[in-house]
Ligand binder design. Structure first.
Ligand code: SF4
Length: 365
């Protein structure tokens, strides 16, 4: 069972990134970053399409040089979702990215001279696009680190200083981020920023690493903050295929009921009471559910002790016994089945459920 709508979201200002709203109660958006060479338009657009197919609402691309800022125009024109330009150090690249049609820019204001930052803010303001002020634990100003160390305090003070620099030009279309690869540090910094400002917050655990460990770090850090209502857009940073970033981000949102959950398979871990080959049954059900579209929970339980209760609470469930089981739907027992027919009968009931409760047309964004 899920408790939809459990998260009480923090009230934040809203900014528009072209067609996507961030903050102010808008759905938490998922973003990712391409790892193709931005100068290679075809590869970058292909990867953007893959990210969008996986569920990304926004895509960020690096703009490391003038050639990339020129190709950005074509990428923006053909991308199915708003494109965010990520720029470091050279304000001229940011100006070119704005001219190329970037829907938002991500900068670290500490990397720019104040007159260049003013120029950048003016350009963003004229173009009507927001700016993400990103603070990373790994690139805090030297004097702040000497005074405060690499701490949440240092990250928050740096972010506040950057906000003031940008606000002094009358600009308030700001999204904030404070990221570290350390989860407690990221959590502490974001909780404090959420308390001190009303700007929308972009969440992420930066340089989380690879594989399962990185996904767990992201899920724990981002998930904790989302559960406390903090976070208006998220990016999971993984070394590898960015499509996985989007899949993990969407799973984190779905876990809190902040995105459609899709098909949720609940299966018991099994214990000494189990009298069927539960692992094979659950794996086969999981495999067949991969092709199923819709929002539903399917439970596969190993025995008559806890099985029927859990299966009753799912949309469709299977509670196994000694070589037999019962298939349930909507809390009612539909039929008794032999072990060899369990998966087929369960899937038949899943499809009946979906026929009677067709998936709603995508309300996602
Ligand atoms: S449902 Fe039954 S078999 Fe599965 S873990 Fe619980 S008690 Fe054990």
């Amino acid at each position: 069972m899920t408790h939809k709508g459990y998260v009480r979201r923090r009230q934040s200002h809203q900014v528009r990134v072209d067609s996507v709203s961030i903050g102010g109660g808008a759905q938490v958006s998922v973003q990712s970053m391409t790892n193709t060479d931005t100068r290679d338009v075809e590869s970058t657009l292909r990867q953007i399409s893959e990210l969008v197919a996986a569920g990304a609402h926004l895509v960020r691309v690096a703009v490391p040089d003038a050639e990339a800022s020129r190709t950005l125009e074509q990428i923006v024109r053909h991308s199915p979702v708003p494109v965010i330009a990520d720029i470091h150090f050279d304000h001229r690249l940011a100006l070119m990215a704005i001219s190329a049609g970037a829907a938002k820019i991500r900068i670290n204001p500490g990397n720019f001279r104040s007159e260049h930052l003013d120029e950048l803010v003016r350009a963003a303001s004229e173009a009507g696009i927001p700016m993400r002020i990103g603070v990373n634990a790994g690139s805090l100003p030297g004097e702040t680190v000497r005074e405060l160390g690499v701490t949440a305090d240092a990250m928050v003070q740096t972010a506040i200083r950057y906000i003031e620099m940008v606000q002094s030009s009358g600009f308030d279309q700001i999204v904030l981020s404070a990221k570290a690869s350390d989860v407690p540090l990221t959590v502490e910094a974001n909780e404090e920023l959420a308390r001190l400002t009303a700007y929308p917050i972009h969440l992420g655990i930066t340089e989380a690493g690879t594989g399962r460990r990185a996904e767990i770090k992201s899920a724990v850090g981002i998930g904790h903050l989302l559960g406390r209502g903090i976070g208006d857009t998220i990016r999971v940073s993984l070394t590898g295929d960015p499509v996985r970033e989007v899949e993990v981000a969407r799973a984190i949102l779905a876990t809190w009921g902040l995105a459609p959950s899709g098909v949720n398979l609940v299966s018991c871990p099994t214990c000494g009471r189990c009298r069927v080959d539960m692992e094979t049954i659950a794996s086969e059900v999981g495999r067949r559910l991969k092709d199923v579209e819709g929002d539903l929970t399917v439970a596969v339980m190993g025995c008559e002790v806890n099985g029927p209760g859990e299966a009753r609470h799912a949309d469709v469930g299977l509670a196994c016994g000694q070589g037999t089981g019962v298939v349930m739907r909507g809390g009612e027992i539909k039929r008794k089945v032999d072990e060899k027919d369990m998966v087929d009968e369960l899937m038949r009931e899943v499809h009946r459920h979906l026929q009677e409760n067709p998936p709603e047309k995508c309300k996602d964004m």
